[in-house]
Design a protein around this ligand. Structure first.
Ligand SMILES: Cc1ncc(COP(=O)(O)O)c(C=O)c1O
Length: 411
């Protein structure tokens, strides 16, 4: 007989302690990526990884030594849950504008944007609550909120489909700058409409912005939190937008230093949730990030980073024109890290493309994992930042071979 705490393990028929229900519906992308790492010669264009050659190794090595010596308590001891005060001040001043007035009470430091997404789920989402946003949606956000088993409501901001009240959403999740996976940039009018709708209905907007510094061809559009502050200029920020930023794509991801900016009440709530999740952030990483900011390291890195990624985006787009246009269509993004290709044959399940790609030596990300309803499987995400142009060309040639393999099998 089983107690409520025990479940039967089907394979061995032994009685085993059970796991929570939500674990039965996780996405298998990460484990497939890890398994693929072991395939010799495979080219990975599936992930969202920065180019390691952009990492400022010597500068960060020197800063690591310096911060431990100069700030041993901050670096090596427990620190405040909401983050190093000087770093919160520096983030507040970096993001302040004439109408967006920020101080440290508006800023929480997190372990990557990923931790901020997890905390958002804890403080804004009731079990089974509704999250509104554009589909396809960032798989990491879906993963972060899965323990709450939310329902999803699709918004189409560009098409003016922004009915937040009837959606009964607990918050809107938006990645206006070069969404992951689609690379799409949300235009100014749609940004304004979204912010207006949130102010009118009192619904939170979570503005997730890891790619905001990766504009290759255009000048950056205003952030949603800036547009929100414009609606009540001159006051300390109290609006409905929670802005998430990270050093992962503009410096290095390994530091795991990121920030949430919002009204003091939501920062307080997120801090309460963080206390039980992490107690405090990594002090050494925060000190290094602060020193990198103060020394202008990210600004110095930016031109090289943008030049490299622009060239790689163009190389990927050219290779796709040559090898994939019979089967897929896409827009070339003006920033970010991805090109999103949709199959001309909308019934194509791109999981089959991933399997065929593993045979021809390329790994891509299938559309299914970005669709919270599990309905649209015809998309494919291709990353252009990790590999140099010749490898990107070879990867897409292999993907073309995979498509031929797939359609020969079907015929
Ligand atoms: C849309 C989006 N949000 C958040 C993150 C989290 O990044 P990190 O946890 O490294 O800050 C990523 C990473 O790829 C992302 O694509």
């Amino acid at each position: 007989m089983t107690t409520p705490y025990l479940a039967r393990n089907v394979e061995s028929d032994a009685v085993r302690p059970a796991f929570a229900n939500w674990l039965s519906s996780t996405n298998d992308l990460t484990s497939r990526f890890v398994a693929a790492e072991r395939v010799p010669g495979l080219i990975n264009i599936a992930g969202g990884l920065p180019a390691p050659e952009t990492f400022p190794v010597e500068e960060l090595a020197a800063l690591s030594q310096a911060v431990v010596r100069e700030f041993p308590r901050d670096s090596l001891g427990y620190g405040p849950t909401d983050g190093l005060v000087e770093l919160r001040d520096a983030i507040a001043s970096r993001f302040s504008t004439q109408s967006l007035r920020l101080d440290r009470s508006n800023v929480l430091i997190t372990a990557g944007g990923t931790q901020a997404l997890d905390l958002i789920g804890k403080v804004l989402l009731e079990a089974g609550g509704v999250v509104a946003g554009e589909f396809p949606m960032y798989a990491g956000a879906l993963d972060a909120w899965r323990p709450r088993q939310p329902r999803y409501h699709c918004l189409r901001a560009e098409a003016g489909d922004l009915d937040l009240s009837s959606a009964k959403a607990q918050f809107v999740y938006a990645v206006p700058n070069f969404s992951n996976p689609t690379g799409k940039l949300v235009g100014l009018a749609a940004r304004r409409a979204l912010v207006d709708a949130a102010h009118r209905t009192g619904v939170w907007i979570v503005e997730d912005d890891p790619y905001g510094s990766l504009y290759y061809d255009e000048t950056p559009l205003p952030r949603l939190i800036e547009l929100s502050a414009d609606l009540a200029p001159g006051e300390a920020y109290r609006g409905p937008v929670v802005y998430l930023g990270t050093f992962s794509k503009e410096l290095v991801p390994g530091l795991r230093v990121a920030w949430a900016i919002g009204s003091p009440d939501i920062i307080q709530a997120l801090t309460t949730a963080k206390q039980s999740a992490a107690l405090c952030s990594n002090g050494m990483a925060q000190r290094i990030a602060l020193a990198a900011m103060r020394g202008g390291l990210t600004e110095r890195m930016r031109p090289k980073l943008l030049g490299l990624y622009r060239e790689r985006r163009d190389a990927l787009a050219a290779a796709m024109d040559e090898h994939l246009s019979d089967w897929f269509e896409w827009d070339v993004p003006v920033g970010g890290m991805f090109i999103w290709a949709t199959a001309r044959d909308r019934s194509l399940d791109t999981d089959a493309v991933v399997s065929a790609g593993l045979k021809t030596g390329v790994l891509v990300a299938p559309g299914r994992v970005f669709d919270p309803q599990g309905e649209d499987r015809s998309g494919l995400r291709l990353n252009f930042t990790l590999n140099p142009p010749d490898r990107l060309d070879e990867a897409v040639r292999r993907l073309g071979a995979a498509m031929r393999l797939l359609y020969e099998q079907v015929a």
